[in-house]
Design a protein around this ligand. Sequence first.
Ligand SMILES: [Fe+2]
Ligand SMILES: [Fe+2]
Length: 309
Amino acid sequence: MTTADLEAHFDAVIARRDRIEPRDWMPEAYRRTLIRQIAQHAHSEIIGMQPEGNWIGRAPSLRRKAILLAKVQDEAGHGLYLYSACETLGISRGELVELLLGGKQKYSSIFNYPTLSYADVGTIGWLVDGAAICNQVPLCRTSYGPYGRAMIRICKEESFHQRQGYELLMTMMRGTEEQRALVQESVDRFWWPSLMMFGPPDEHSPNSERSMAWGIKRHSNDELRQKFVDLTVPQAEVLGVRLPDPELSWNAEREHYDFGRPDWDELSAVIRGDGPCNAQRLAHRRKAHDDGAWVREAATAFAERGRDD
Ligand SMILES: [Fe+2]
Ligand SMILES: [Fe+2]
């Protein structure tokens, strides 16, 4: 088959919304885009363990500690599925980890914000995992098979994460005045960074259009952001918290909520490395990687020995 035949076959698979598998021919730019996106996603799961992991030793009860431990472990699992999916594109997990630790690949900007109180565990579950679900549910139908299949399992666990966060906040809102104030303060800090998780506005998202044409992305950043706002506002009302946006209001004509403009300069700064915790997150990840070197060496030695027998 000629390259033109291969391309025509690839285009036909994409057009009928079928899946591309690792054995299939694919354009080099498609492969590179997927590696970048899946790696960034995997790194986000792993770095995302830190802000909440910070509170495991200070959980207010055994029940909360068990829930938080399970959630943070789930995120490690998500990272591992995604590194495995990425490896099917011809890059190794070791190389991906090096790219993260060297600052050559990114992770979600949201994890560069600090967690200042236990209410943040609830807010992250509700808003951050909630935003992740809006982004990730359409990825279950993404055009690359291993990525879509990993996302199906991940999304099931993310919905548990979202609910445990909401339940924690609801418990605090039924508590003392001080607890309610902690929840409000936490929501005030996390609302705008959660909206930024969907990425820059569509007119400033140069790769989006091509990713949509390839069936990697199924909806634009702004569509997903709107969906998240529409889902979240009624939940905030039930919870009894105020979302920190004076422009937030129902638009009966559009049948969507109108909302204010996130501070895109802040997002660019955090992506550039100037967020409140960028240096701390990477330093912690590097140390954990170095501390785990003996485990990787022992596992490799053990595998070698098994091969000789
Ligand atoms: Fe996750
Ligand atoms: Fe999660």
